[in-house]
Design a protein around this ligand. Structure first.
Ligand SMILES: [Zn+2]
Ligand SMILES: [Zn+2]
Length: 379
């Protein structure tokens, strides 16, 4: 288990560079606030003083503190109360990035898809990535390079959203109705909240066809990220047979929903490109920022034995790791792209972003009410 990313090893990775002093300050603050702070959203930094809290009851700090903590522990799951579980033994709340969770993690009874009564974590992700920037999405002109835009994927390939891509749309999709730029080479992009609302939906306004669709945080309701609460078994329970889901597939460790496949056919049939950023995610007006393709973002820890790092949890509670590079996948992957390693236990590997399906299927049971319970997948 030594190579599995744990709260103790994560700061080593994220203390690098400009984060160093910020994390150190945050860790200090977490230490000072520790006794009274019940927030599991401190996952990233609270993990640092984990051992000091474990030791707290044994010190002379008194019974009052211990009682306070016991009261909080009845409802709120604190990241630093999590034992150092192996992946196969259950979801580790402490792996979430600082800022990834909008509310304290709690536990509640839940019924799994196979009928089992279980205990689940109620996890509310912030809906905005705590570990990386958002965007860019669409290139502004047909001479822009790859740095100016994000990516597009359609189940076949993954493409840099550069000016050349916009210009070549008629050839790529073999349809002369594509024409996403004006005579000066400026790309048609959704430029207001109204245009975004009109284009980021199944029945795209005709005048917004041939637009590269991108959203902004300030165009969401109240200009705020859209939080999402998911119920995930505290300990995964294998299913009798692997199952697919129409709903959300999981959450990233930095606070973003891993959504079902983007409705690429509908998007393309309206002559739109619902641009993703380089992390394979984008906004829609109702679900906010969500991801459809794994590209190596939001990871914790390092690759262990050539096994790409973890970046999220699936709805059944198993960890999700980044995709293998082309041709590098081992031959022990099951139908859900999962396998068991000494370092990480059972875990999935995300598909290549090109496939527009982050998680192939669920090896374990998801919460019965979670499937399709959120009004279907976001676009
Ligand atoms: Zn693996
Ligand atoms: Zn989407």
């Amino acid at each position: 288990m030594k190579n599995h990313p744990t709260p103790e090893t994560r700061p080593l990775r994220f203390n690098l560079g400009s984060f160093r002093s910020r994390i150190a300050l945050a860790a200090l603050a977490a230490l000072l606030l520790l006794a009274g702070c019940g927030s599991s959203s401190d996952g990233d930094v609270a993990a640092v003083p984990a051992s000091s809290e474990e030791a707290a009851p044994a010190t002379a700090s008194g019974e009052e503190e211990a009682e306070e903590e016991a009261e909080e522990a009845a409802e709120v799951v604190e990241a630093d109360e999590e034992p150092a579980l192996a992946a196969t033994e259950g979801l580790n709340v402490g792996l979430f990035f600082d800022g990834a969770l909008a509310e304290d993690v709690t536990t509640e009874d839940c019924t799994l898809s196979g009928g089992a009564e279980a205990t689940c974590y109620s996890i509310t992700v912030a809906g905005f990535p705590a570990s990386h920037d958002v965007g860019p999405f669409c290139p502004e002109t047909i001479t822009d390079g790859a740095d100016a835009g994000g990516i597009w994927f359609d189940g076949v390939g993954v493409y840099d959203l550069d000016g050349e891509f916009i210009e070549n749309l008629p050839e790529l999709y073999d349809d002369e109705n594509w024409h996403m730029h004006d005579d000066d080479g400026n790309v048609h992009i959704t430029e207001t909240a109204e245009e975004f609302d009109g284009a980021a939906r199944p029945d795209v306004d005709v005048e917004l066809q041939n637009h590269c669709v991108e959203g902004r945080l300030e165009w969401l309701e109240n200009g705020e990220a859209v939080t999402s609460t998911v119920l995930i078994p505290t300990v995964p329970v294998a299913a009798d047979s692997a199952a697919t889901s129409r709903g959300n597939l999981g959450v990233t460790l930095d606070g973003v929903v891993i959504a079902a496949s983007a409705p690429v056919d509908a998007i393309l049939s309206a002559y739109t490109i619902a641009a993703f950023d380089d992390c394979g995610a984008h906004f829609n007006p109702f679900e906010g920022y969500h991801m459809h393709g794994a590209t190596g973002c939001s990871e914790v820890g390092d690759a262990a034995d050539d096994d790409p790092p973890m970046f999220g949890y699936a709805m059944d509670g198993y960890p999700v790791h980044s995709p293998f590079a082309d041709g590098a996948a081992p031959d022990d992957l099951d139908e859900c792209n999962g396998h068991t390693t000494d370092a990480a236990g059972y875990h999935y590997h995300a598909n290549s972003a090109a496939m527009n399906q982050v998680i192939e299927c669920f090896f374990g049971q998801v919460v019965a009410t979670e499937e399709g319970g959120r009004g279907g997948p976001p676009e």
